[in-house]
Design a binder for this molecule. Structure first.
Ligand code: ZN
Length: 219
């Protein structure tokens, strides 16, 4: 799953108004940022198999450190603790919301991945396989994104004209990114693919920060 992960990030603003959107955007893709870096450096492994699923060509046969269920909890707890220390004024609530955002990644992935998510490293692998029904997977991603966006608009307000326009441009860019991701040619190397994935998630985190600068929680 790609942009659908941002639905829970946007919706989380309703749970914790003081947690910046960029932190939530980073949190929901944290394990995929790590996955990109691990793939590029040979720590986790993927095979490019054209037509492997209807949605993409990724045979994700080895990713115990980022996409096993215990790993998802470990990343979530770690990120929640780091955030709570970094933003002490938000007390435990901020850290808890960040932890839940990180954890949401695995459960959202569960819907679309074919069985490649280990219940524990070396254990049985699960995945409900919507990637083999790409129109359904795409509809799910768009519904998650749209639902989160609607909630985000309800709980925040624009500080000025840019704050009114930017969220819509940002969402259009995310929808376009989903399309590019689905249609772009297969990568030349896994190093390139891994770094491109990690950089894309960081760029999107930066674009989310513009929302933080131009909008505020609705009083
Ligand atoms: Zn993932």
């Amino acid at each position: 799953m790609f942009v659908g992960h941002y639905g829970p990030a946007l919706a989380s603003k309703a749970l914790a108004k003081s947690v910046p959107l960029w932190a939530l955007f980073f949190a929901v893709q944290l394990v995929d940022v790590a996955w990109g870096l691990f793939i590029a450096n040979g720590i986790e492994h993927v095979r490019i198999v054209p037509g492997f699923t209807q949605a993409n060509a990724l045979d994700l046969y080895d990713m115990p450190l980022t996409h096993s269920l215990p790993a998802a909890f470990a990343w979530a707890i770690g990120a929640g603790l780091v955030y709570a220390i970094w933003a002490p004024r938000q007390k435990a609530a901020g850290g808890l919301v960040i932890a839940l955002a990180v954890l949401s990644h695995w459960f959202m992935d569960l819907l679309v991945h074919v069985p490649d998510l280990p219940l524990w490293p070396g254990g049985p692998e699960v995945g409900l396989g919507l990637w083999n029904h790409y129109p359904l997977a795409l509809a799910l991603e768009m519904a998650m994104l749209a639902g989160g966006f609607a909630l985000y608009l309800r709980v925040t307000e624009a500080k000025g004209v840019i704050g009114r326009i930017w969220p819509w441009i940002f969402m259009a860019l995310l929808v376009a990114a989903e399309q590019v991701n689905h249609t772009m040619p297969l990568p030349d190397s896994l190093v390139e693919a891994g770094y491109t994935a990690a950089a894309t998630f960081l760029l999107i985190t930066g674009l989310a920060a513009i929302c933080d600068l131009t909008r505020r929680p609705r009083g």
